[in-house]
Design a protein around this ligand. Structure first.
Ligand SMILES: *Cc1c(COP(=O)(O)O)cnc(C)c1O
Length: 393
């Protein structure tokens, strides 16, 4: 079969930005208040309503949201927090930022997610919290994880960077653990360019996290209401060592526009996901992603596994060849125990993570952005199929 490569490069994850975003950002720019203010407050309120949670704190990033969550929960030196090895570096970094020790757990081969069992294997007397990651937008099996946390008195902070819109047994992710953190980074399923949010049912935690986004100033949000207005007081107090990781109104404006069409873009992602399933299901060269019966998926990533035993090419070569054929993919993630920062720790050994090691050798994530349109998604799928057929053993 003659092989046609895509004429244009199909990028892995371009953002879907339209007139709504342009209009709201312009509105913020012209409003006279460009940093944290009314648009940020509105975006927090709208995300909280969407998730069905009482409190939300907008941040500069998901990394910051997780960091201030752990801080607010009192995680510090001497503590251990267990997270997934199959995640982005920041899930572990935030634990180290607190002076605590990041402990990495292996994952389940079907969902790429940590489970109560893989977390339990890493608990010690010093464990204070677990930080499950909802990989690709597929929720972790949370009931057993919550049970484990209850048994051992652990906090649960969820990395939902991929999981805005996901649910578990009908409950929205964001209403389950103590704090849940979302990412609105440029490649995520809702973007503010850079941005994040921590959500919680706990009012005190929310207030603490809010202070931590602005240096620890006790009435930080009052700045917008009062300080630079006529009614403002010139005095303020700082009682704790906070960060500076608030969201600006310019970013929040992007988020409001994105949230307005989120239902639609999620439907598109879901459609693309099913399309890929149609192309790859039942093909012996691939393993398609599993969606468990308890999962309401957020359709953030389509992690396709190569059946390496049936192919003459390894994953890295496959990805390079795809790129040469104008299809951009991404390998998410290099397991953290394989990164020198974490892998060089004496307590971490490669052999402890057989599932993550195996998945990492096989996985590549296909383009899924609504901005690409169905034709490019089909082209990407067909290119993957053709390439795999060409290197069948
Ligand atoms: C993107 C990502 C993050 C970090 O999000 P930022 O908003 O860039 O800080 C954290 N965890 C996972 C799993 C991610 O994919």
């Amino acid at each position: 079969m003659k092989f046609l490569k895509s004429e244009e490069y199909i990028p892995f994850s371009p953002p879907s930005i339209g007139r709504e975003e342009e209009a709201l950002v312009l509105d913020a720019l012209r409003s006279g208040w460009i940093t944290t203010g009314p648009k940020t407050a509105e975006f927090e309120k709208r995300i909280a309503e969407y998730v069905g949670v009482s409190h939300s704190v907008a941040t500069f990033s998901c990394t910051d949201a997780m960091h201030i969550a752990l801080k607010a929960l009192g995680i510090g030196p001497g503590d251990e927090v267990v997270t997934s090895t199959f995640t982005f570096a920041s899930s572990a970094h935030v634990i180290a930022y607190c002076g605590a020790t990041p402990v990495l757990a292996d994952v389940d081969p079907e969902t790429f997610n940590v489970t109560a069992e893989t977390l339990a294997a890493k608990l010690t007397k010093r464990t204070k919290a677990v930080l499950p990651v909802h990989y690709a937008g597929h929720p972790c099996d949370m009931d057993p994880i919550l049970e484990l946390a209850r048994e051992h008195g652990l906090h649960v902070v969820e990395d939902a960077a991929h999981a805005l819109g996901a649910s578990y047994k009908g409950r929205k992710v964001g209403t389950i653990g103590d704090v849940t953190a979302y990412s609105f980074y440029a490649t995520k399923n809702l973007t503010t360019a850079e941005g994040g949010m921590a959500v919680t049912e706990n009012e005190e935690l929310a207030a603490c996290m809010r202070r931590l986004t602005m240096y620890g100033i006790s009435d930080s949000r009052e700045i917008w209401n009062k300080r630079y207005r006529k009614a403002g007081s010139i005095h303020y107090d700082v009682a704790e060592l906070g960060s500076k990781c608030n969201m600006t109104d310019i970013n929040a404006a992007l988020g409001l526009a994105q949230l307005g069409k989120f239902g639609k873009t999620q439907e598109t992602r879901k459609g693309f996901y099913s399309l890929y399933d149609e192309y790859f299901d039942g093909n012996d060269l691939f393993v398609t992603p599993t969606v468990k019966e308890y999962a309401g998926h957020a359709w953030h990533l389509y992690p396709l596994q190569l059946n390496l035993e049936a192919l003459t090419m390894d994953r890295d070569t496959f990805v390079d060849e795809l790129k040469a054929l104008n299809v951009g993919t991404s390998v998410l993630f290099t397991p953290l125990h394989q990164m020198s920062l974490y892998g060089s720790r004496p307590e971490i050994s490669y052999e402890d993570y057989p599932v993550a090691n195996d998945l990492f050798e096989r996985v590549l994530c296909l383009p899924l952005s609504p901005a690409l349109g169905e034709e490019r998604i089909r082209k990407a799928a067909e290119t993957v199929l053709h390439l795999a057929d060409r290197c069948r053993r």
